[in-house]
Ligand binder design. Structure first.
Ligand code: ATP
Length: 355
């Protein structure tokens, strides 16, 4: 087992700069998710990690072994890494046991050892009793678990997963998140998990690296990333915060459109700085126009422009002057487009990030 270190990785495809200095350390035994929108460079990073691509700049280290740099790369088969893709790529003419044991046969392990390791890993993957089935006799989730078992049975130092759940339906995907988390806890293999799905990353990962346009914007636990985003991109990509342009007046006070608002202050910004005020939709409080004191409550009157009923929540789009605000409220009050509403932005929920 070993820690994986990516140091300043760069990669260009013609005029496209796919990676612009990716730096990240994955601790031994940790599961880190690379999370970001389509085209941000997640797969390119994983392919360099796996040894299928050579970087134009930077290095990859596995423990004290340099395994990739522009000067050359250790070939994939000598990296002690296993890779699982979206497509399960199982051998259709082999049973579950044969699919999982294939890599061990190629390594010429003794028959008893192969049988023992296959049996154990099928147990870990929740596939006991399915040994003699063929892939077409399995559900999508079971096939993906076979692919995972096949990757794990060779006892790699590192497991690389590229959107492994994206071919499954929504319910199964949710269930498999917890399965992958459990399997990782049981095996303790250093894992890099690529996804564009925020909820998936939050359930599965010890830490999340948020990738944007070939760079890592922030690395942290799911809670750190959600509760203390450091940039506008992270705040809006994770949890869909309202991001409003603002200027700092004094510590803990900003001008935002026509409003003066109190905010949290972590000492990063000075009076006069242009910043972005972030507030989560569910932190915005909404009342009828007669229900409060705007000046006292960090609030202002707004006009409801759109309204959607989501069962347990209402999704409201409100214009506060020229500022668009989204609020998710569990209140039972019924609102109609063009209603005047008192919109409160509680100071403890208003965080400032760089523009
Ligand atoms: P997705 O979630 O859609 O798979 P991604 O974050 O994995 O996206 P990459 O596949 O790493 O993104 O691509 C990063 C950038 O590099 C994108 O702009 C993409 O169009 C470009 N790119 C990737 N592979 C190639 C290639 N072989 N030739 C040219 N451009 C490429």
């Amino acid at each position: 087992m070993a820690e994986i270190r990516l140091a300043g990785l760069e990669k260009r495809y013609g005029a496209v700069a796919a990676l612009r200095g990716i730096t990240l350390t994955v601790q031994d035994g940790e599961l880190v998710a690379l999370l970001g929108p389509s085209g941000c460079g997640k797969t390119t990073t994983l392919q360099i990690l796996a040894g299928f691509l050579i970087p134009d700049g930077g290095e990859v280290w596995a423990g004290d072994r340099l395994i990739s740099s522009p000067k050359g790369a250790v070939p994939p088969e000598r990296r002690r890494m296993s890779l699982v893709f979206q497509s399960y790529a199982l051998w259709p003419h082999m049973t579950v046991s044969q699919n999982v044991g294939f890599g061990l046969e190629m390594r010429r392990l003794a028959r008893e050892e192969i049988a023992d390791r296959v049996r154990r890993i099928l147990g870990v993957a929740g596939l006991g009793g399915y040994e003699q089935r063929y892939p077409h006799e399995l559900s999508g989730g079971q096939q993906q678990r076979v692919a995972l078992a096949r990757a794990l049975v060779v006892r790699p130092d590192t497991l690389l997963l590229d959107e492994p759940l994206s071919n499954l339906d929504a319910a199964l995907r949710e269930q498999m998140r917890f399965e992958i988390r459990r399997i990782h806890k049981e095996t303790g293999i250093t894992t890099v998990y690529v996804t564009h799905d925020q909820a998936e990353a939050m359930v599965i990962a010890d830490r999340i690296a948020v990738v944007n346009a070939g760079q890592i914007e922030q690395v942290g636990t799911p809670q750190e990333i959600y509760e203390t985003p450091q940039s506008r991109f992270v705040a809006s990509f994770i949890g869909g915060a309202n991001c409003l342009p603002a200027r700092v007046l004094e510590p803990g006070r900003v001008r935002c459109g026509d409003l003066e608002l109190r905010t949290m202050d972590d000492g990063r910004f000075r009076p006069g700085d242009d910043v972005v005020l972030c507030i989560r939709p569910h932190a915005v409080r909404v009342r009828g126009a007669a229900g409060g004191d705007a000046a006292r409550d960090n609030a202002a009157l707004g006009r409801l422009v759109q309204h959607a009923y989501l069962g347990d929540l209402q999704d409201l789009r409100i214009m506060l002057g020229n500022l668009p605000i989204r609020a998710l409220t569990s209140g039972r009050a019924r609102y109609r487009p063009d209603d005047q509403l008192l919109v409160e932005l509680p100071a403890e929920a208003c965080r400032l990030v760089r523009t």
